[in-house]
Write a protein that binds this ligand. Structure first.
Ligand code: IPM
Ligand code: MN
Length: 359
């Protein structure tokens, strides 16, 4: 298969982790005789420094003309501490999601047996946890009208959703549930928010088309607690943009490190693959960032194009690396490997067809 992949390394640890997933994808292309063509473009703080724009036109064009986007990370502390900054790195990612129509962000979360003791949560509570969060990505409070009054004393962010926006992601979440354990939990705040009531009504109605899926509802405050108390109760979680952002960071505690969580953002035409973690500026250039979230995002990319065998090989290689403790310090505090060494190990496991570990 021929694929044109736009690579947007972005800020902080973005470039070093993305380099490892490109390495892994090249090993996959060699092993399975695919042609993957990579082209890099600037986004985020790096792009602001150079072009004054976190999403330069050339970057957007490249993404629109590519089959998929591999995204690193975005954000820089110099903007976080300046609330008056008019141009911010994150706007680049938000605009990209909107322009590419990436309405569904899919975030799988699972506990690795080898790592259950790494989590601050009790091993018996998380062992076997396996869920996927469907987070709406181009609507809600992130994209509603924003304003600050002239005297600077009042600010507002509008949260709005339409039935159509809810239905299109709900279809994907129901289908995912059908292929998994047939349970869908809608997380909302329908006891307070009008938008949440629209979500509940729309999803309940749509659920009639998926009568093999058990649908239930949780308020987001309770869901945040349940995620820690009993994560095994979840199969597919469907939720709006901001709740999904918050719950998925929380869910990363189950896996033992946020450096393990991958995601896919999909729309009608485009698809983007990125780790759920941020740019981790304190770690930049130190070789301590975990590349696995980016590499598993690359596996989701392979799956997206129907390359299931290839994706399975990448996932298996990651499992082998965890099994043999070839891991960065977030999950291996004794004798840790650098970002690059983890990438090299995965590349060699994938390339080594003589080695029957993953065949
Ligand atoms: C994420 C990130 C982004 C978000 C930021 C960087 C805009 O936190 O992908 O989860 O809030 O969506
Ligand atoms: Mn987030």
């Amino acid at each position: 298969m021929k694929l044109n992949i736009a690579v947007l390394p972005g800020d902080g640890i973005g470039p070093e982790i993305t380099q490892q997933s490109v390495k892994v994808l090249k090993a996959v292309a060699d092993r399975f005789e695919h042609e993957f063509h990579f082209e890099e473009a600037a986004v985020g703080a790096a792009a602001i420094d150079f072009w004054g724009n976190p999403l330069p036109d050339a970057t957007l064009e490249l993404c629109k003309n590519s089959d998929a986007v591999l995204f690193g990370a975005i954000g820089d502390p110099k903007y976080d501490n300046d609330p008056s900054a008019k141009v911010r790195p994150e706007q680049g990612l938000l605009k990209l999601r909107k322009e590419l129509g990436l309405f569904a962000n899919i975030r799988p979360v699972k506990a690795y047996d080898k790592l259950v003791d790494r989590s601050p949560l009790k091993a018996e509570n998380i062992s076997g946890a396996d869920m996927v969060i469907y987070r709406e990505l181009t609507g809600g409070i992130y994209f509603g009208e924003k304003s600050t009054s002239e005297d600077g004393k009042t600010a507002s962010d509008l949260c709005s959703y339409s039935v159509e926006e809810i239905e299109r992601i709900a279809h994907l979440a129901f289908k995912a549930a059908q292929s998994r354990n047939k349970k869908l939990t809608l997380v909302d705040k329908a006891n307070v928010l009008e938008t949440s009531r629209l979500w509940r009504k729309t999803v309940t109605e749509l659920g009639k088309q998926y009568d093999d899926v058990q649908l239930d509802f949780l308020f987001v405050d309770n869901a945040a607690m349940q995620m820690i108390l009993n994560p095994k109760q979840f199969d597919v979680i469907l939720t709006e943009n901001m709740f999904g952002d918050i719950l998925s960071d929380e869910a990363s505690v189950i896996g033992g490190s946020i450096g393990l969580l991958e995601s896919a953002s999909v729309g009608e035409k485009s698809a983007l693959f990125e780790p759920i973690h941020g740019s981790y500026p304190q770690a930049t250039g130190k070789g301590i960032a975990n590349p696995v979230a980016s590499i598993l995002s690359a596996a989701m990319l392979l799956d997206h194009f129907g390359l299931e065998k290839e994706a399975a090989v990448v996932r298996k290689a990651v499992e082998v690396s965890i099994q043999f403790n070839v891991c960065t310090p977030d999950i291996n505090t004794d004798n840790h490997y650098t970002t690059e060494k983890v990438g090299d190990f995965l590349e060699s496991v994938i390339s080594d067809t003589e080695n029957h570990i993953i065949n």
